[in-house]
Design a protein around this ligand. Structure first.
Ligand code: ARG
Length: 404
């Protein structure tokens, strides 16, 4: 590289800490570090001090919680965003935001390149780099951990040699990533897909057996497809997510253990705890069934699943996402109302919903005599509805008889 200034996305962990030194050594560059607060609940001040101590010439600490909620988590709620039906995309959603901040700072600082601490085996490298290439084509990208291909013991030895403080949790066999939308835990014994995750991997959720013996009821109110209040109390998105993570986590809700297909072709065993995401997505989907027509609901399932695939595979900036968002936003204009949830020992169930624009018509649905539904109309309807099926069945039967 010709230039000598690099902006590094810095978490304070071992990988990104050794990256500071490695970039200096390998590229002879000065390093500016940047850490975004996306609700990971780490001490940002301590991270800043550490960055400077290990040689960053400048550090940016950015509170991005509100933006993360408004522009990333809320669209995911509207899209019922679940990858392969289970993963609420917590890490996947944060990457395009972190990468776009990297690009911003590289412009402000007139930097020659940007860097991230991803390995070459995961999805995060893709999410970072597709964002960077889309927002700043040609900007040099350095991925020290991928380029270096270092094992853990050598990494620790390198850190010791250069006086880089080893994080206290480095003995932990797990690699984690967390933000307001959830927490992911990988490595160690979790790589054995037939072993139950030990309870020490979980930090946000109680083991269901240890959760309260009494159920708790929570209602979530939605406006235009996004949550605006909890049990009657209006609050901003950041507070709402902190609160629901706490409440649902207490009841042991949101643990996910799945076999996931990574973009790079690997099947991996992934463990997450996403308490708020789990109950919000459940409530949102239920409310959609109340307010959208059957045709909208069925078509939206296709759109939602495509949306989740785009986000998972790092294509946040693809124009297709804007097109899908436009469809989704129109449907969400009517996603207004309240959903009541019962939380108990690891489970969340919807126990009630109401909406000023609900399509549920009690006069049609009731089995009482005053129903407005015209049962006589059903007879003709069934004849025509089943006509293709009954015609086909009879013709096939006749053809088979002829063969005999
Ligand atoms: N498998 C998840 C994903 O690809 C989690 C990634 C967690 N990232 C991390 N750097 N630990 O979205």
């Amino acid at each position: 590289m010709t230039g000598n200034l690099v902006v590094l996305a810095y978490s304070g962990g071992l990988d990104t800490s050794v990256s500071v030194q490695w970039i200096k050594e390998k590229y002879g560059a000065d390093v500016i570090t940047m850490c975004l607060d996306v609700g990971q609940q780490k001490d940002l001040k301590a991270i800043e001090e550490k960055a400077k101590k290990i040689g960053a010439i400048k550090h940016y600490s950015i509170d991005a919680k509100e933006e993360f909620v408004k522009n990333y988590i809320f669209p995911a709620i509207k899209a019922n965003g679940l990858y392969e039906g289970e993963y609420p995309l917590s890490s996947a959603l944060s990457r395009p935001l972190i990468a776009s901040e990297l690009v911003e700072i590289s412009k402000i600082e007139n930097a020659d390149g940007v860097a991230h601490g991803c390995t070459g085996k995961g999805n995060d490298q893709v999410r970072f780099e597709v964002t960077i290439n889309s927002l700043s084509p040609g900007l040099k990208i350095i991925a020290p951990i991928r380029e270096w291909d270092l094992d853990r013991p050598s990494e620790i030895a390198y850190a010791k040699k250069h006086g880089i403080p080893i994080p206290v949790d480095v003995d932990s066999p797990y690699s984690t990533d967390q933000n307001l939308w959830g927490r992911s835990i990988e490595c160690g014994v979790l790589e054995l897909p037939d072993h139950e995750p030990p309870s020490d991997v979980f930090e946000w959720t109680n083991t269901p057996e240890d959760a309260p013996d009494e159920p708790e009821y929570v209602s979530i109110e939605f406006e235009n497809g996004v949550p605006i209040s909890v049990s009657g109390k209006k609050m901003n998105g950041v507070d709402l997510l902190f609160l629901l993570n706490k409440i649902a986590g207490k009841h042991g809700i949101g643990r996910i253990d799945m076999i996931e297909d990574r973009l790079v072709g690997i099947k991996s065993r992934e463990v997450y705890e996403c308490p708020a995401a789990t109950i919000i997505l459940k409530a949102h989907k239920d409310l959609e069934r109340m307010v959208l027509t059957k045709h909208e609901v069925y078509f939206k399932e296709i759109v939602d699943s495509k949306w989740a695939q785009l986000i998972y595979t790092g294509l946040w900036w693809d124009p297709l996402k804007n097109a899908l968002d436009a469809f989704i936003d129109v449907t969400q204009e009517r996603v207004i109302g309240e959903v009541r949830l019962k939380l108990f020992k690891g489970n969340v169930s919807v126990v009630g919903r109401s909406s000023p624009v609900g399509l549920y018509d009690p006069e049609l649905a009731t089995y009482e005599p005053h129903s407005t539904f015209d049962q006589k109309a059903s007879e003709g309807f069934i004849k025509l509805w089943g006509l293709p099926t009954s015609v086909a069945t009879n013709i096939i039967k006749k053809a088979k008889k002829k063969e005999e």
